[in-house]
Design a protein around this ligand. Structure first.
Ligand code: A3P
Length: 299
């Protein structure tokens, strides 16, 4: 992601607001799911706006413009050459994230896959941060699918090849473990909520309640139940407001590509052979040696 260098300094030094809410994750860890959850909790469960305004406009993905790199822009500009409106939107999508968030109304919802060390150093003292982590084997499978379907990634190889890149820290936003461990070390900070994707899967109501408590919001049990129904995989997958459908519209995602795919824990078992399973375990064990972080899926 060579375009990172153009906005890196601006992001690191971006002015923060006391009511900003950052959602920080390694890609494919349940970001979109949590993003909708956080937005609704803070916005007094405004389902009507949530249906009308796409999640990508309610909450900004800080590094998205960096994915609009030169090759993809040239390709898209050619495809949309006869549609001035689309060309204008494509141009807007390239506006650096730091500029986009500066214009957002408060409270700002900011989604990022950048690790804490690349975000403003006062982030946790000035804003609220929700971090979501997920079993790296499921992350890799999920990211592999997206990398084949999303034109900016344009990956054509097998899962085996993808996995070998993943564990050598050669996929975007790597290294995976450093990303998680940086956040894990800060999990007791009062402005940090550290969640696992698997916790959301295992007990959505209890996890939603934890997020509500963290954000200082109180809802009745029936409201939490309604929110869980809204967030349930089957409903979420059908919700046009959270599916990033415009990626397909602009030709950035393969027609059959799915941003919201399986929604399970342990899907990696269908992709790993014995050697890969062993290699994964060694890699995980090695990286967990210096931390007390434990994945719910491995307990
Ligand atoms: P899978 O590809 O394993 O299905 P992100 O939003 O960070 O890109 O994460 C995407 C992953 O979260 C995908 O995982 C997606 O299916 C899953 N996901 C999205 N919404 C979900 C939901 N409501 N319930 C469970 N999983 C969900």
């Amino acid at each position: 992601m060579s375009d990172y260098k153009h906005d890196a300094e601006n992001i690191y030094n971006m002015p923060l607001r006391h009511d900003d809410i950052f959602l920080v994750t390694f890609p494919r860890s349940g970001t979109t799911w949590t993003q909708e959850l956080v937005w609704l909790l803070v916005s007094d469960l405004d389902y009507s706006t949530a249906a009308k305004v796409p999640l990508s406009s309610r909450s900004i993905f800080l590094e998205f413009p960096m994915l609009m790199h030169k090759n993809i822009v040239e390709h898209l500009n050619k495809e949309h050459a006869n549609n001035p409106d689309n060309l204008k939107t494509l141009q807007l999508m390239r506006t650096p994230g730091s500029e986009q968030v500066a214009k957002m109304p408060s409270p700002r919802f900011i989604r990022t896959h950048l690790p804490l060390s690349l975000l403003p150093p006062t982030l946790l003292d000035s804003t609220q941060v929700v971090y979501v982590a997920r079993d790296p084997r499921d992350v890799a499978v999920s990211f592999y699918h997206l990398s084949r379907e999303f034109k900016s990634y344009n990956f054509n190889g097998s899962f085996k090849t993808y996995w070998s890149l993943f564990i050598r820290d050669l996929v975007y936003w790597s290294p995976f473990f450093e990303h998680l461990k940086e956040a894990w070390r800060m999990r007791h900070h009062p402005n940090m909520l550290f969640l696992f994707y698997e916790e959301l899967l295992q007990d959505l109501p209890a996890t939603v309640q934890r997020v509500a408590n963290f954000l200082g919001k109180q809802y009745r049990a029936d409201q939490i139940t309604e929110l869980c129904t809204h967030l349930k995989f089957e409903n979420f997958k059908k919700n046009p407001s959270v599916r990033f459908g415009n990626l397909k519209e602009y030709g950035m995602m393969a027609p059959k590509g799915e941003f919201i795919r399986k929604g399970k824990s342990g899907n990696w078992r269908d992709y790993f052979d014995e050697d890969m399973t062993r290699e994964a375990q060694l890699w995980i064990d090695k990286n967990l040696q210096d931390t007390d972080m434990q994945f719910p899926s491995m307990q």
